[in-house]
Design a protein around this ligand. Structure first.
Ligand SMILES: C=C(O[C@H]1C=CC=C(C(=O)O)[C@@H]1O)C(=O)O
Ligand SMILES: [Mg+2]
Length: 463
């Protein structure tokens, strides 16, 4: 089954990987908590762990250790580079597995051309890894795979050592009492560059009114400080408990941990069927059913929010038409209601054309006008000019791909970066011609809520 990765899309072949052998071995294990397995990797794989759970909760992935990492400094061809290297690596897979496939997990930064100094010291502009130990939970069954990618001829001993380590971590994850974590205690709070943010929204709105762009997403950050170093396991525990209806992701890079609970899918490809999500336009949840319904109905009728949303639908539909033989787009949005917020939502579907891949869609979709703006390049340069920060991986594509080119990427919003005893939280909103700084500022508070809950920060009561 692995002999023909990306079967119809042999655009890229690279000889650099010919000397490598990619060994995989999978066993099925009885029920295990993904979080317990993540925690079991702490001693030996801290800084090299990953976590993913899809929105439907039908697919969970934990990766521990790096069998191989892929990165690139090529700012303009980073999506192609990662795809090409992954395809080349997959050709070196020695033994076929039928139950599960090896997975490459990682992400891209939002904008490699943004040169502002930032807190994102551990994260290159493209950062992907094949985990040494991969746990997959799907259809209520759990599988642990070992991956070994090596140029050595003699692998028997190395593989034996990996098996021993695997068994130790599985044992630890199965027998350890399921940890529960208290929320961390915040000692200090900062709204970073609040005045600059408000001023940027004002200026960008004026630029849009002067017809130099149609929509631009402007974001800001909060910085929280703690007495103790923050724990990735604790952060994942909180979002697993509190944000069940979102994609959950976590990615370690050296001593930093980027994680989040995002409702927004960038794109999924399964058996050459592609799905994306247009998500833009927001209002809080109401305290009562009546209030909630009223807020939802107002959102559906609201001119400003409908226009924010429509730019996203138009752009995603355009990209899908390029890469898909048939595209399906509902005529009007519906509401996506999640714990803290309601959004206008339009799913887009299509069947991939021969020659198009998941990475092609990621490259052409990112950033959609839900995170960048319209027109794309003008919006990106306005963000570089006016937004008082460097987004790093916030609002960027995070996700996975398997050896056959199936996979899924989410848009990394409702997210935070943990950096030792500090956390940076990010949120933004779509600026259109009738935006106001105050309402955009209030909207960011609603979007901060999932991460504030996970990280023990104060919630602002909005409704
Ligand atoms: C930019 C964010 O959200 C985007 C996604 C959904 C709704 C949005 C909005 O209504 O402005 C944003 O475009 C964020 O959560 O930081
Ligand atoms: Mg908005």
């Amino acid at each position: 089954m692995n002999s023909q990765p990306y079967s119809s899309t042999e655009k890229y072949v690279d000889t650099r990987f010919l000397a490598y052998r990619f060994y995989t071995e999978t066993i099925e294990v009885s029920g295990m908590s993904a979080l317990a397995f993540f925690e079991a990797g702490k001693a030996s794989h801290k800084g090299k762990r990953m976590f993913w759970q899809n929105r439907e909760k039908t697919f969970t992935l934990v990766g521990l250790g790096h069998a191989y990492t892929l990165s690139t400094t090529n700012q303009h061809g980073r999506f192609e580079d990662i795809q090409k290297d992954w395809q080349s690596l997959c050709k070196q897979i020695v033994n076929e597995e039928h139950s599960v496939q090896p997975i490459l997990f990682g992400g891209f930064s939002f904008d490699p051309l943004n040169k502002q100094q930032s807190e994102w010291t551990g994260f290159p502009h493209a950062y992907f890894a094949v985990p040494s130990f991969q746990l997959i939970i799907k259809e209520d069954r759990a599988y642990v795979s070992i991956h070994l990618i090596t140029r050595e001829e003699e692998t028997f001993r190395e593989f034996e050592a990996l098996r021993k380590e695997r068994d130790k971590m599985i044992h630890a994850a199965q027998v350890s009492e399921l940890a529960s974590y208290n929320k961390p205690v915040v000692t200090e709070w900062q709204e970073l560059k609040k005045e600059k943010y408000l001023d940027s929204v004002k200026k960008v709105t004026a630029i849009i009114q002067a017809k130099q762009a149609e929509k631009v997403v402007i974001a800001r950050a909060l910085k929280l400080k703690y007495e103790q170093a923050l724990s990735p396991s604790s952060a994942l525990y909180q979002i697993t408990k509190e944000q069940p209806e979102s994609f959950l992701f976590g990615l370690e890079a050296e001593h930093q941990f980027f994680f989040g609970a995002t409702p927004e899918r960038l794109v999924k490809v399964e058996n050459r069927q592609a799905v994306s999500t247009c998500l833009a336009g927001s209002t809080p949840r109401g305290k009562t059913v009546e209030k909630d319904t009223e807020l939802g109905e107002e959102l559906m009728r609201d001119r400003k929010n409908r226009s924010e949303h429509q730019y996203v639908v138009a752009m995603i539909s355009e990209v899908f038409k390029e890469h898909c033989a048939e595209t399906f787009v509902p005529r009007k949005p519906s509401l996506m209601k999640i714990r803290d917020i309601q959004h206008l939502y339009t799913p887009v579907k299509g069947s991939l054309k021969i020659g198009s891949t998941l990475f092609d869609l990621v490259r052409d979709l990112h950033p959609t006008p839900a995170l960048g703006g319209e027109p794309k390049q003008a919006a990106l340069s306005l963000i570089r000019q006016y937004e008082p920060m460097n987004r790093g991986y916030y609002a960027a594509p995070i996700g996975w791909v398997d050896a056959q080119g199936n996979g899924e990427f989410a848009v990394a919003i409702r997210s935070a970066l943990l950096n030792k005893k500090e956390a940076y939280l990010y949120a933004g909103g779509g600026i259109v011609e009738d935006s106001t700084p105050e309402s955009e500022y209030n909207e960011t508070w609603v979007k901060f809520r999932p991460m504030l809950r996970a990280l023990g920060g104060q919630l602002r009561d909005e409704s």
